[in-house]
Design a protein around this ligand. Structure first.
Ligand code: SF4
Length: 424
C-alpha cells in the first residue's frame, strides 16, 4: 500500500486551494502524500484504493455531496483505506461525518491538524489537534483559530493540473474575453455574521491571515503557470482593508497586465467608494457582491446591515468606476411574497444589472444546510421543513411562490455562477 493521497473533488472550478495547502503542509513535514484532482482527472477508484489513507477536502456544499458519493463507492468496492476529511463543510458536519463516513475529520483550519494526525498515526505525536475521530480513544487537543496564525501553507501548484484545465465561463462573459484564471486567498474566514452564511457558521466572525510574502510568491508561481486573471477567493476581500490594498498594489506593480476579481459586501463598497477607481486602475475588473434581494426586510433578516438604497448606490458607484458588479441573489426566500418577485426585475432594470447578472441567479433559493444559523430564525422555525442528510428543504407559506420557483428551476439556464461567493 502507498501512504496517502489527497483527492480533490470540487473547489468552485479553480485549481484547488484547500487541497494544495493541505498537500503542502504534509509534504513540508516529510509526508510524501500524493495528489489527484478528480474535478479535472475524474474518479479513479483503482488508484485511490492503493493508499492507506485517502484525504478528502470538503470546502463547499457541492464537494460534500461528491465526497459522500465517493466514500460510499469506496466502501461498496471493498476499500478499507483510512478516510480523512477537512474543509469548511467537513467542519460544519464534523461529528456526523466521523460517525458515518470518515475515520478522522478536521474541524477548522487544516494544516497543523493534518500534520498532527499524521504524526500521531506514525507514532511521532502524542495527540491530534482539532481532529474528531471515529475511534474516541484517540487523544485530541483543541487549539483555537488565533493560535493558527501564520500556519496557512503555500499551495503546491507544481503538483496540480495546469491552470488551463480550470476555465471560468462566467468570468469570460464578464471580462469579454477568455483568460487563464488562477485563484488564491489573502485571508480565511470573515468578520461579518450574515445569518445564512456557512463562513459565519464555520468561523464565527473570525479571520486568519495568509503570510504576505508567501502570497506574493504564490502569485509569481501562478503567473509562471500562465495566469492572466486572478480571483481573490476570500469570502470577504476587505477582511483586512489596508492590507488588501497593499498586497493588490504590490502584485500590480510586479505583474501590471494581470486583472482581478474579488468578493465583498455592499457596505465595504460604500466604505471604499473613493477608492473604486484606484482598484480599477490596479486591474480590478469584477466585484462579486451578494445583494440577496431588493427588499429591506430580506436584507434585515440575513443581517446585511444595508438597505435597498445602499444596494442601488453601490451598483452605481461600481459601474461608474469602470468595474463590473457581479451581483448574486437569494431569489426565492421566505421573506418575500409573490408580488415582491417583480421588485427584482425593477431593481435590475434600474441598476442596469440586467446585462451582467448570471441567468442562473434567477433560480437561486435559500439554502438551509445543517449548521446554518438561520435555523434559529423565527421565520424559518415557522416553516414546514423536510430533513435530508445535510440540509433541510423548506416550503414557502404561499405555495404559489414555490410553484414560481419550480417553473423557474425547470427552465434551461445558460448560467454557471450559482453560489453567492466561492465559499459556500
Ligand atoms: S455572506 Fe460574505 S460577508 Fe456575510 S458572513 Fe458570509 S462571507 Fe462574510
Amino acid at each position: 500500500m502507498k501512504e496517502s493521497i489527497i483527492v480533490s473533488l470540487y473547489e468552485g472550478g479553480y485549481q484547488p486551494l484547500n487541497a494544495l495547502t493541505g498537500l503542502a503542509a504534509l509534504r513540508n513535514n516529510g509526508y510524501e502524500t500524493d495528489f489527484w484532482d478528480a474535478y479535472v482527472l475524474g474518479i479513479d477508484m483503482d488508484r485511490f484504493r492503493q493508499y492507506d489513507t485517502i484525504i478528502l477536502p470538503v470546502p463547499l456544499f457541492d464537494s460534500l455531496n461528491a465526497a459522500i458519493a465517493l466514500c460510499r463507492d469506496l466502501r461498496e468496492n471493498g476499500c478499507t483505506s483510512r478516510i480523512v476529511m477537512y474543509g469548511q463543510y467537513a467542519t460544519l458536519n464534523a461529528q456526523y461525518l466521523a460517525d458515518s463516513y470518515a475515520d478522522h475529520v478536521i474541524s477548522g483550519e487544516w494544516e497543523m491538524p493534518l500534520v498532527s494526525l499524521f504524526d500521531f498515526l506514525s507514532k511521532k505525536g502524542k495527540a491530534v489537534i482539532n481532529v474528531i475521530s471515529r475511534d474516541k480513544t484517540i487523544p485530541s487537543k483543541t487549539v483555537p483559530l488565533a493560535m493558527m496564525r501564520g500556519r496557512i501553507a503555500r499551495p503546491r501548484r507544481d503538483l496540480a493540473p495546469a491552470l488551463t484545465k480550470y476555465p471560468q465561463p462566467h468570468l469570460t462573459r464578464l471580462l469579454g474575453e477568455e483568460k487563464i484564471v488562477g485563484g488564491l486567498e489573502l485571508t480565511r474566514g470573515c468578520h461579518h455574521k450574515c445569518t445564512y452564511c456557512s463562513v459565519y457558521s464555520a468561523y464565527d466572525g473570525k479571520i486568519t491571515l495568509g503570510d504576505a510574502e508567501s502570497i506574493l510568491e504564490d502569485v509569481d508561481t501562478l503567473v509562471a503557470q500562465g495566469m492572466e486573471h486572478l480571483t481573490f477567493i476570500d469570502a470577504e476581500f476587505f477582511n483586512a482593508t489596508r492590507r488588501s490594498f497593499e498586497i493588490l498594489h504590490l502584485i500590480h506593480r510586479k505583474h501590471p497586465s494581470l486583472t482581478y476579481d474579488f468578493t465583498t459586501r455592499v457596505d465595504h463598497i460604500l466604505d471604499n467608494r473613493d477608492r473604486l477607481r484606484e482598484l480599477h486602475d490596479a486591474g480590478v475588473r469584477i466585484i462579486t457582491s451578494a445583494l440577496e434581494f431588493p427588499k429591506n426586510e430580506v436584507l434585515r433578516q440575513v443581517r446585511k446591515e444595508v438597505t435597498v438604497d445602499d444596494l442601488k448606490k453601490a451598483a452605481r458607484l461600481v459601474h461608474d468606476s469602470g468595474i463590473v458588479l457581479n451581483p448574486t441573489f437569494i431569489m426565492y426566500n421566505p421573506w418575500i411574497d409573490l408580488d415582491d418577485l417583480d421588485l427584482m426585475n425593477e431593481f435590475l432594470t434600474e441598476t442596469d444589472l440586467n446585462e451582467v447578472v448570471d441567468p442562473i441567479q434567477y433560480m437561486t433559493r435559500l439554502h438551509l444546510y445543517k449548521g446554518s444559523p438561520l435555523l434559529k430564525n423565527e421565520t424559518i422555525k415557522s416553516l414546514r421543513l423536510t430533513e435530508h442528510e445535510f440540509f433541510y428543504d423548506w416550503e414557502h407559506p404561499d405555495s404559489r411562490v414555490d410553484e414560481h420557483f419550480r417553473l423557474a428551476a425547470a427552465q434551461e439556464q445558460e448560467g454557471t455562477f450559482k453560489r453567492c461567493c466561492l465559499k459556500c
